[in-house]
Structures are given as C-alpha cells and as structure tokens.
Design a protein around this ligand. Structure first.
Ligand code: 13P
Length: 339
C-alpha cells in the first residue's frame, strides 16, 4: 500500500468542480435502461452507448473519473482503443465496480448483504493492470416495517470495510457506498435516523480494519423523504439534514463525499448538491457520483439511433456542466432554461 498514491488519486477525483460518472450498470441494469428506449442490450450496443458518453467533448471539465462495469474495463471503444486508455487520454480516471450484487441475507427477510469478497484480492490485481485506479462497492439498506436490523447494517458495514482494506492494499481507492434506499414511504426524519446509524457503523468498521480515511471516498444517499411519503421535504430541508448528518458521522480526514442520485430527477439531484455546497465551508468536498441523474437525458436523446449520438452527447454535456456548477455551489435553475 502506498498512502501517497491513494491520497493523490482520491483528491484528484474530487478536484474543485469535478465529480464521478457512474457508468457501471451491471448486465441486468443496463438491459433495463436500454429496454426503456427499445434497444437490445447487445455487447455492441452497450459499447456504442458508453462510447457516446465518454467521447463527449469537454466532459473532462466536470468529470474527474468514471466507474466502469467489468465488461467495459476490458472492452475496446468504437475507435478501437481500450476504454481505460480512452479515458486516461482525456485525463479522466477509470475505476471499476467490484461487488457481485446485493443478495438475500440469511435469517433476515427483506434485507440483503452485498457479496463479492471471495477472490477479490486477485481480481483487484487484474483490474489495476487493466488501468483501474479506484473501485466501488455498494451496500443496500432498505427502510421498512422493523427494518433495517442492526444485523443487516453490521454485516454490510463489515463487508464494506473488508473491501476497502483490500483495495488500499492494491493501491486502489475504495469508494465506500452504503445506500439507504429512498423507495419506501418513510419520513425524512426516519431516513436521517437510519443513515446516521449506518454511517456510524461503517466508520467504526473502517477504523477497526485500519482503512486509511485520506485514501477513500464515501458515496452515500442524501437524507431525503421516501418516495412514497405523503410529505416531501423541500430542497433546503434535504440539504440541511444531509449536511448535519454527515458532519456528525463522517471524519474530516475523508477527502470527499460523492452522492448517488438514487432515483431523484436530474434537476432535483443537482439542486440538492448545490444547496449543500452553499451551506459551506465544509470539512470535505461534496460532489456527485450520479448514474441516472447524469445519464437519463442522454439515453433518451440518443434513443439507440446512430444519427442521434451528438444529441446524446449534448444532453450529457449539459447535465455534467450543471453538476459541476452544483459541486461549486454556483448552480441556478436558469442554467436549465439556457439549454
Ligand atoms: P444512481 O445515481 O443512479 O443512484 O447510481 C449511482 C450508483 O452508482 C449506484 O450504485
């Protein structure tokens, strides 16, 4: 483990006004996205789609790094260059999703634990050789009747810390992602309570397993009302609750916090990030690691049609620019109209 390499990579990923593009949809998830535009999920179509995003002119002004699925890490772009090389050539850092997904947790109905630790040391060595400089592991926590259990939170926190320690051993920066889902009908107060518990347990395990906080990034959910809750907290309330929770739970040694979008609409995800940064100064960089909120407009504009590749790039460039502004606390709704 080289702490200086880890720190430098983590800091570059959250350089001023920059964030992460999550383009690491698993085979099942990318199929759902392509189904939504009536496009078959072939290896070639997945290549074309991701190539469109990564060849967007000026993307690198807002996007420091891209999370890839394993297929893409070892795939060549439309122009024939391996994707990691195409990205590095633009000064964008390639990374890799390494977990094997959330699986039912034994003895805990309705809850999951994320798998993928077996053989991870060997896989990380291969990924680094292929150009990956950071990784992602997503734990999933569901709010419901009597859940999450402490057992579920503990099992996921333990696995996240084991993953993070293995990454750092291989000089790969771990993105630690404990996602409290926003799909329930819970209040924002309940989300704050659960998120607090989850983050406390995650940082206890990270410390116990000797993870270097300066050489990792946290990828949390925002503290937000469940989708099915009849009272939806407004932008300012979400920003204040999220920053309050993070200040209580996340040590200042962590260089950056990069949020997932989790099903928020594009402009709301951007507005939330902007409102949080306007509450600064903060102990860490607050930026984005959005999947859907960076890609949804581009996917629609492309629609699986070659003639629309530039329209897809333009839609992605717009969201990237808005989120760059939000990462600096300089976004305003006028930016959407200007597009
Ligand atoms: P969303 O922003 O679509 O939630 O995806 C981010 C991600 O990488 C989830 O693991």
């Amino acid at each position: 483990m080289n702490p200086e390499v880890l720190k430098a990579t983590a800091q570059a990923m959250v350089a001023d006004g920059k964030g992460v593009l999550a383009a690491d949809e698993s085979t099942g998830t990318i199929k759902k996205r392509l189904d939504s535009i009536n496009t078959e999920s072939t290896e070639d179509n997945r290549r074309t789609y991701r190539d469109m995003l990564f060849t967007t002119p000026g993307m690198e002004d807002a996007i420091s790094s891209v999370i890839l699925f394993e297929e893409t890490l070892f795939q060549s772009s439309v122009g024939g260059k391996p994707f990691p090389e195409l990205l590095s050539g633009k000064g964008v850092i390639p990374g890799i999703k390494v977990d094997k997904g959330a699986k039912p947790l034994a003895g805990a109905p309705g809850e999951t634990v994320t798998e993928g630790l077996d053989g991870l040391r060997e896989r990380l060595a291969e990924y680094r050789k292929a150009g990956a400089r950071f990784a992602k592991w997503r734990a999933v926590i569901t709010i419901g009747d009597g859940i999450p259990s402490d057992y579920c939170i503990g099992a996921n926190a333990h696995a996240l810390a084991r993953y993070a320690a293995l990454c750092q051993e291989a000089d790969i920066v771990p993105i630690v992602e404990p996602e409290v889902l926003m799909d329930g009908d819970n209040t924002i107060e309940r989300c704050e309570e659960v998120t607090t518990n989850v983050l406390n347990q995650v940082f206890a395990r990270l410390s116990h397993q000797g993870v270097l906080l300066e050489g990792m990034l946290l990828k949390p959910n925002m503290v937000i009302s469940g989708k099915g809750c009849s009272v939806q907290a407004d932008i300012q309330t979400v920003a204040e609750a999220t920053v309050r929770t993070l200040k209580r739970c996340v040590p200042g040694a962590v260089p950056g916090i990069v949020f997932l979008s989790g099903g928020q609409s594009d402009d709301v995800a951007t507005a939330h990030l902007d409102a949080m940064n306007k509450l600064g100064p903060l102990p860490w960089k607050l930026s984005f690691s959005y999947g859907r909120a960076l890609q949804a407009a581009a996917l629609q504009a492309w629609g699986g049609v070659d003639a629309n590749l530039d329209a897809g790039r333009a839609a992605f460039a717009h969201r990237a620019k808005c989120n760059k502004a939000a990462a600096l606390g300089q976004y305003s709704a006028d930016m959407e109209q200007a597009a």
